[in-house]
Design a protein around this ligand. Sequence first.
Ligand code: HBI
Ligand code: FE
Length: 283
Amino acid sequence: MEVRPVVYGQSSRPPRGDYSRAASDYTCTQNYAAYTEVEHATWRQLYARQRALLPGRASSDFIACLPLLGASERIPHFEDINTRLQAATGWQLVGVPGLIPEVDFFRLLSQRRFPVTDWIRTRDELDYIVEPDIFHDLFGHVPLLFHPVLADYMQAYGAGGLKAADLGATELLARLYWYTIEFGLVREADGIKAYGAGILSSAGELAYSVTSPIPQRLPLQLERTMRTRYRIDDYQHTYFVIDDLQQLLDFASSDFAPLYDRLRQLPEIAADERLPGEASIPV
Ligand code: HBI
Ligand code: FE
């Protein structure tokens, strides 16, 4: 099988990763020796900046799990994290050259294997990057893979993705991923906090998501969330808020097929739209 790069969204540039290194399931070995000292310094700088922003903004589950990632000083070896991750929740990290096709992505998740991009952004991309890199994938996603509930949700999501592919409903399911795993907020005793990787790996959006009066924050509801389009090139206009991580797993246990049938009859909702009767949760 020919392994081809994947381009998502409106990006007109070719993806950065070298897909010729990838196996037919898109995984590749982490070429650790290739990281330069400048790249390790980029990692250290991103990690320190982001960790300092977490208190009061990131979910308590994320803050509790982050030390299990380790690796604050240099780009980590995937195998080192895998030893701890295997013991904690049975997940394994696998290297990938970048974004991979949806079905391959879902299949890996359903096998409790999380694809991690193995290259890091350049010095002039510290604040914004168009494709996920190793910092987004590791710092944003991997701490909560140590959390048993989130770990099970991710696997359920992957299995659900394979079913959605058969039903032609991956666009609907991808919105749930976007508004939970990437940009999810959770209500805690002392306020709304972020648990989504896209927020947690972003210096600007972390504070914005939990304090700015501009975006709306709505309780997560499957139908509403799956109807809502999203922006990939701007801070989010709408965030969906859960009560706790268990709520995600409870959602994932239902059969989505009838839901997809219903949603196909309903119009999409714009990223910044507010429906009659909806109220944004105050921060
Ligand atoms: N590939 N490496 C990688 N990382 C992702 O987060 C990812 C992907 N391919 C597809 C994809 N995400 C999205 O379509 C998910 O919504 C399913
Ligand atoms: Fe991500």
